[in-house]
Write a new protein. Structure first.
Length: 360
């Protein structure tokens, strides 16, 4: 991936945005609150702070866009708050979620009092993730996990109902004997366990992998084996565009005797890969936002993601992933917040059986 000066490319994006067309609504002299249900130190904060100044320049009237943080209860507290703001349809209140917000919704977590179908998505952002091993174990990998099933693995995990649900379920489907060490505060702590030899399997999201794991790979201390993949236009899992030379989880599953890419288990993990990675983050307007307001945000975001220099700026901060607006954002959100009753039951039963975790 080509590395560029973010400041220079962002400035170029803003210039390109300014040259584009007119909009239906006007936000002159206004302040827009862009609420994130996490702390200011995480990936969602990086994402929001990337888009906030671009939105400020792209929206008519150049409003001030302020990122507000409402962390708590794994992001459900902030999402519950936004559910209560559905009458704020003037475009001055927007919300950004994450896979960690979608997972409790999909699982029927009793803390969830929000309803995605009430919200209006205007941008959907994807990301990815990479699974890697120590060199001695990776030497046994030949496109499938059949020769790795007799090992015992330790994995530093934030919890089975967080984004770690995807790797934990994937490891099970691949026939790996993985003992998760729950309670790490972030994926960075899981990586540190790997570096100290306290874990022998790990995954990191794309931005963290590029920044913190690629140096380990370069030094011969870690070997990537597959990515979670990305979605094509037909909704199929394909290779991650940030890691085009790396097999996707689907490819490895197809090559591994214990794993199947059809049936209830596959439907379940695909639903959570979509929610956790293929549409990890979304910008929403409240249900009461008028069509003029929705159209104005849509056109502003379209001007951002098509502006000259945007791809270079986004690649440096977000990775090489689609940024979907209009119908694409709506369809991506529908996919990311839907799960069949059979797939949901499969995951809930697995959580109880494997970890004693119940959503009741």
């Amino acid at each position: 991936m080509k590395r560029t000066s973010f400041g220079a490319t962002a400035a170029a994006v803003i210039v390109a945005i300014a040259a584009q067309g007119a909009f239906a609504a006007d936000f002159s002299g206004k302040t827009i609150e862009y609420t994130i249900p996490f702390s200011e130190s995480g990936g969602s904060a990086k994402w929001a702070n990337f888009f906030a100044p671009l939105l400020s320049d792209a929206l008519p009237g150049k409003p001030t866009v302020v990122v507000r943080y409402r962390p708590g209860a794994g992001s459900t507290e902030g999402a519950n708050w936004f559910q209560g703001q559905q009458d704020e349809g003037d475009g001055l209140t927007i919300f950004g979620d994450s896979g960690s917000t979608k997972f409790p919704y999909l699982l029927g977590d009793p803390r969830v009092r929000y309803e995605y179908h009430d919200w209006q998505p205007v941008l959907a952002s994807a990301t990815g993730g990479v699974v890697y091993l120590p060199p001695d174990l990776a030497a046994k990998f030949d496109g499938d996990m059949d020769d790795l099933g007799d090992e015992v693995y330790l994995y530093g995990s934030q919890g089975a109902t967080t984004l770690d649900l995807v790797p934990l379920l994937a490891f099970r489907m691949l026939g790996l004997d993985v003992d998760p060490v729950f309670g790490v505060e972030g994926r960075g702590d899981g990586r540190l366990m790997f570096e100290r030899g306290e874990a022998n399997i790990d995954y990191q999201t794309s931005s963290a992998y590029l920044a913190n794991v690629q140096p380990l790979v370069d030094d011969g201390l870690a070997v990537p084996i597959f990515s979670w993949g990305a979605l094509d236009d037909a909704g199929n899992i394909v290779r991650d565009p940030t890691f085009p030379d790396m097999p996707s989880f689907k490819e490895v599953c197809e090559a591994t005797a214990a794993c199947e890419t059809e049936g209830v288990a596959w439907d379940a993990i695909k639903a959570f890969i979509i929610a956790g990675f293929a549409n990890q983050k979304t910008i929403f307007l409240p249900s009461s936002a008028s069509q003029d307001v929705v159209d104005t945000y849509t056109e502003a975001l379209r001007s951002i993601v098509t502006a000259e220099g945007f791809k270079d700026a986004a690649a440096e901060v977000l990775g090489v992933y689609p940024q979907l607006v209009a119908g694409g954002a709506i369809e991506a959100t529908e996919q990311a917040t839907s799960i069949s009753p059979e797939a949901k039951k499969y995951v809930l039963d697995w959580l109880v059986d494997a970890y004693g975790i119940s959503m009741n």
